[in-house]
Design a protein around this ligand. Structure first.
Ligand code: CMP
Length: 456
């Protein structure tokens, strides 16, 4: 067995296998946290094959002790894989408590004292609870793992804490009742309910625990003596703190869940304050707010997306852009049979821009520094001098290429008719693409020449 463990390679602390194993450790620990106090308080077991399940749980915890000698850890940002160092680290940290937690005292009692009560068996298993704090370290690890939803992990953790506290208080309440000679029946005013079986006894205890901890306190189960009264006060105090803890955590999780919405609201708040301070005319304020409304409905927070993309390595960034611009790439006819390297080269150079209706994108006769691709919306190319409309530009169209191709002034004005989502390609990038990909250059020139002819 030992030689088998010595041949095991060291695990990365974030590996998937380890995450599954740690989930199993959490499950086993929660099983112990639930069954041990239950067994001690109610002198009962909730299932027939408890001995088998207990031993299976214990076996998992013992295997875990051996495995821990093979799990790398990070020290000052460096991953330590060396087995000797891992062993020293583990011995210094959780090893002793894990060893005590796995002491098989209950098996000795079972073998040598066959008449022993379930209470005694439960007491022998109390050291298993030493594993409980490690569950929170595992939760923290999941919380920091980018593949886990932090909100879900925190809510799960909160649920576990609240449920276990309710359960432990219920077990203690029944235990104190038994110690002080107040059996379950006398808790109930009127004495007309018979708590003859363990399930009912447990459910009533849990009911008392939850009503007291949540400060609801119906008063149908009341303390009957001084010890129970003192215990009830303590549970009430605990309940108030638990209540505040739960509310605080739920609020934090919910506000984090909708972080992008909150960021957007903050931004909108700043915009509104600015417009109010500068006394911007109401009609202009409406335009600005309509713009943000559109941004939110269709793009969420565009600026933030692009800020994080710039941090990514080139290859990943290109793949993300290809995915994000898929809709545009499918719509623009000149991109459709283009080589993949052209697309990859181009997408990274495109910059998104959102414009409101009736906005000039290009003014006739001005110098041109960029061209545009239309992802969504409608625009009009027309002459401001003659009023002649040349063309309606829709999703998949491009414009502004003539001034770039011929280093000339703009041949027409282009105005948005609706909200438009455009992608801008600046002259220096346009020139590079043109030089590197003659096929693209030919296609653009052909369309530019046709447009020239239409205008003449
Ligand atoms: P540019 O001259 O750089 O700026 C104005 C743009 O309007 C121009 O490039 C073309 O992209 C576009 N344009 C000009 N004439 C037409 C037309 N007849 N049909 C479609 N688009 C045009």
């Amino acid at each position: 067995m030992l030689s088998f463990f010595s041949r095991i390679p060291s695990f990365h602390p974030e590996s998937r296998l380890l995450i599954i194993w740690e989930a199993l450790i959490v499950l086993v620990t929660l099983y112990n946290c639930f069954t041990i106090p239950f067994r001690i308080a109610f002198n009962a077991t909730i299932y027939k094959n408890w001995f088998l399940l207990d031993n299976l749980a214990d076996l998992i915890l013992i295997i875990d002790i051996f495995l821990r000698f093979h799990i790398s850890y990070t020290k000052e940002g460096e991953l330590i894989k060396d087995k000797a160092e891992i062993s020293i680290h583990y011995r210094k940290t959780d090893f002793k408590s894990n060893l005590i937690a796995s002491l098989p005292l209950d098996i000795f009692v079972y073998l040598f004292l066959p008449q022993a009560s379930l209470i005694l068996m439960g007491l022998c298993r109390i050291p298993r609870l030493l594993r409980f704090p490690q569950c929170f370290l595992i939760f923290r690890k999941w919380d920091n793992n980018v593949y886990f939803n932090s909100g879900v992990v925190r809510m799960f953790e909160l649920f576990i804490i609240v449920f276990l506290i309710d359960h432990w208080v219920a077990c203690l309440w029944f235990f104190i009742g038994n110690l002080t000679g107040q059996s379950g029946e006398s808790w109930l005013q009127g004495d007309n309910l018979h708590l003859e079986n363990t399930t009912t006894q447990y459910l009533y205890s849990l009911y008392w625990s939850i009503t007291t901890l949540t400060t609801v306190g119906y008063g149908d189960i009341t303390p009957q003596n001084n010890i129970e009264l003192i215990f009830t006060f303590m549970v009430m105090f605990l309940g108030v703190s638990l209540y505040a803890f739960v509310i605080g955590n739920v609020v934090a999780v919910i506000s984090n869940l909708d972080a992008s919405k909150n960021r957007f609201r903050d931004k909108l708040g700043q915009v509104q304050a600015y417009m109010w301070e500068r006394k911007i005319p109401p009609s202009l304020q409406k335009n600005i707010l309509d713009y943000y409304q559109y941004m939110w409905e269709y793009n969420r927070d565009v600026t933030l997306d692009f800020y994080f993309l710039d941090e990514l390595p080139h290859s990943i960034k290109t793949r993300v852009y290809c995915y994000l611009y898929q809709e545009l790439l499918e719509k623009v006819p000149i991109f459709q049979d283009a080589e993949p390297c052209f697309i990859e080269d181009l997408v990274i150079k495109l910059k998104p821009r959102i414009l409101p209706p009736h906005d000039y994108v290009i003014r006739e006769d001005q110098m041109g520094h960029e061209m545009y691709f239309v992802k969504r919306g409608q625009l009009q190319a027309f002459s401001e001098k003659t009023g002649k409309v040349y063309s309606l530009l829709v999703a998949g169209s491009f414009f502004g290429e003539i001034a770039l191709l011929y280093d000339s002034r703009r041949t027409a004005s282009v105005k948005t008719l609706t909200y438009c989502e455009l992608f801008v390609l600046y002259k220096e990038d346009f020139d590079k693409v043109l030089n590197n990909y003659p096929q693209f250059s030919e296609k653009v020139k052909k369309i530019a020449d046709q447009r020239h002819q239409v205008r003449e």
